[in-house]
Write a protein that binds this ligand. Structure first.
Ligand SMILES: NC(=O)c1ccc[n+]([C@@H]2O[C@H](COP(=O)([O-])OP(=O)(O)OC[C@H]3O[C@@H](n4cnc5c(N)ncnc54)[C@H](OP(=O)(O)O)[C@@H]3O)[C@@H](O)[C@H]2O)c1
Length: 330
């Protein structure tokens, strides 16, 4: 099969190539999917660039041990393992291989991929493959941030920093669906988009430093970490929750990791700090399906690239200014 193979770290057009690689085979609990669409998430782009450099210690020092990136997927079931009873060839499905044993074998930037059946659900008919594939990691991250970490309820005041990105566009919509009063921080270029997703207030970061404002928030989801965590947490109400959620936009050896570490230290004191650990399972995927089917949430896709221009798709995400998601059609 054809797949995008990563041969080193650096500029996407230099290190990524469309090439032949063996088709993966499903284990007992797995599903072999003919990939129709996938999407780029920041873990994919960070691993292509190899930045923050420290991630190479885990991914592989000179090149990633696993050569095919990608975790979000939508496609058609090609074959199922012998323990899979709820899916059959021809079914249209979507989900993610994030966190599964299969994520160490082959990713989704390929014609075929293997995902545990426990991390897939049937794709709603009204949703395109691209919309489905663009919803998974960012949708589930936002669901866990707003519903679980933030315990957002009607009237909860939520601030989303990076409201126009992949995670932010989902988080604004999910917070609104839970009844929150939402403030989104983004560039002026994207203010109208963020308002159209339901934000009650929009702060243009070039005009106003939100950390200097007088408003207070019950939940702050920070997808950018372009301010010291202490300055952000100052805006919390007494019971407020700070959710730092960023590898940072600065690059370099550690990128946003020192600020994530400082936020974790703050969490040992009086500040309520919660981190999101992505869990892809039927329960969360079914809730995402419900939100997508009711129209409470929609995937915002800036652009869709063909598989053979995955390098272009990754380059766009590395710029940190994509409006919502970048999808890839296979
Ligand atoms: N915990 C998890 O499971 C999980 C899963 C996925 C992602 N993440 C994390 O979530 C973070 C956000 O990811 P993302 O996909 O939404 O995209 P992203 O590219 O990291 O962030 C895009 C957002 O950052 C804003 N931004 C860019 N430059 C800025 C600047 N100089 N000052 C202020 N804001 C700026 C953009 O605003 P404009 O475009 O309007 O300028 C946009 O709203 C990532 O760092 C990633 O590590 C975590």
């Amino acid at each position: 099969m054809k797949a995008i193979i990563q041969r080193g770290y650096g500029a996407p057009e230099r290190v990524l190539q469309l090439d032949d690689t063996p088709r993966p085979s499903p284990g007992d609990g797995d599903v072999l999917i003919r990939v129709r669409a996938t999407s780029v998430n920041t873990p994919d782009s960070a691993t292509v660039a190899g930045v923050p450099y420290v991630l190479r210690a885990q991914a592989g020092l000179r090149r990633p041990k696993q050569a095919v990136r990608g975790s979000d997927v939508a496609g058609t079931v090609e074959a199922v393992g012998r323990d899979v009873t709820d899916l059959r060839p021809g079914d249209e499905v979507f989900g993610s291989l994030w966190g599964s044993a299969n994520s160490s074998k082959t990713g989704t930037f390929a014609e075929f991929t293997v995902v545990p059946a426990s991390q897939l659900v049937k794709k709603p008919a009204g949703l395109s493959f691209e919309e489905a594939a663009a919803s998974v990691m960012t949708g589930l991250t936002s669901l866990l941030a707003m519903r679980d970490a933030g315990r957002v309820r009607p009237g909860t005041r939520v601030l989303v920093n990076g409201a126009s990105g992949g995670v932010g566009t989902m988080a604004v919509q999910i917070a609104k669906s839970l009844g929150a009063e939402v403030t989104g921080v983004c560039s002026a270029r994207n203010a109208e988009l963020v308002r159209s997703l339901g934000a009650d207030h929009v702060i243009d970061y070039a005009e106003q430093d939100f950390t200097k404002g007088e408003a207070r928030y019950d939940v702050i989801l920070d997808n950018v970490l372009n301010h010291p965590p202490k300055a952000v947490a100052r805006l919390l109400t007494p019971q407020g929750v700070f959710i730092p959620n960023s590898l940072g936009i600065s690059g370099g050896l550690l990128a946003g990791l020192p600020r994530m570490a400082r936020a974790a230290l703050m969490g040992k004191g009086s500040t309520d700090v919660k981190f999101i650990t992505l869990a892809v399972d039927h329960e969360n995927l079914n809730e995402l399906v419900r939100l997508l089917e009711t129209g409470e949430v929609k995937a915002v896709i800036e652009q869709t690239y063909p598989l053979d221009d995955t390098a272009g798709a990754i380059t766009r995400v590395l710029g940190h200014h994509a409006r919502g998601k970048i999808a890839i059609t296979v």
